[in-house]
Design a protein around this ligand. Structure first.
Ligand code: MG
Length: 170
């Protein structure tokens, strides 16, 4: 049996990760409409990764004989006035998710739940990578986004991103 607070936070994280997937699909949706298929591809793959994250939390709870409750997924309701707005919303979201992971880790630490801490280690590292990726996108857009030819090249670069399953297997 895991600690009740830890279970509650892990269960909520399933929903947060599915929301992340939905949010990134909305970003992809924005870029599809804007004609930037590479950016759309990048965020579509990002959405796929977030679904994987949700399923890892789901499976971790089941593997520990805990009950999972699936809640409603919130509607992504941000309006964007330019491409950069989307990228910045992505970074802000990842910083928020990092804080959520840290909160669960902290709760596990409080009750000496070493198993959950070890499970979360992968997510601690993953969040570092997610923030780096979001920052890199913003930097590239700042450098190249205002020139149509450079934007075309950047879009082509993001078009090349391919999905790969998470390295964490439960
Ligand atoms: Mg995630």
């Amino acid at each position: 049996m895991l600690d009740a607070t830890v279970v509650k936070l892990l269960n909520e994280q399933i929903n947060k990760e599915f929301y992340s997937a939905y949010l990134y699909l909305d970003f992809s949706n924005y870029f599809e409409s804007a004609g930037l298929d590479g950016f759309a591809n990048w965020y579509k793959i990002q959405a796929q990764e977030e679904r994987d994250h949700a399923m890892l939390f789901y499976q971790y709870l089941h593997n520990n004989n805990e009950k999972v409750t699936l809640e409603a997924i919130a509607k992504p309701d941000q309006a964007f006035s330019c491409h950069m707005d989307v990228l910045k919303a992505g970074l802000a979201h990842e910083i928020y998710v990092t804080s959520l992971i840290n909160t669960i880790y902290s709760a596990a630490y409080d009750v000496k739940d070493f198993r959950t801490m070890q499970f979360l280690d992968w997510f601690i590292k993953e969040q570092g990578e997610e923030e780096t990726n979001a920052n890199d996108l913003i930097s590239k857009m700042e450098l190249f986004g205002s020139d149509p030819k450079s934007l075309y090249m950047l879009n082509s670069e993001l078009q090349a991103r391919v999905y790969s399953a998470p390295s964490l297997v439960l």
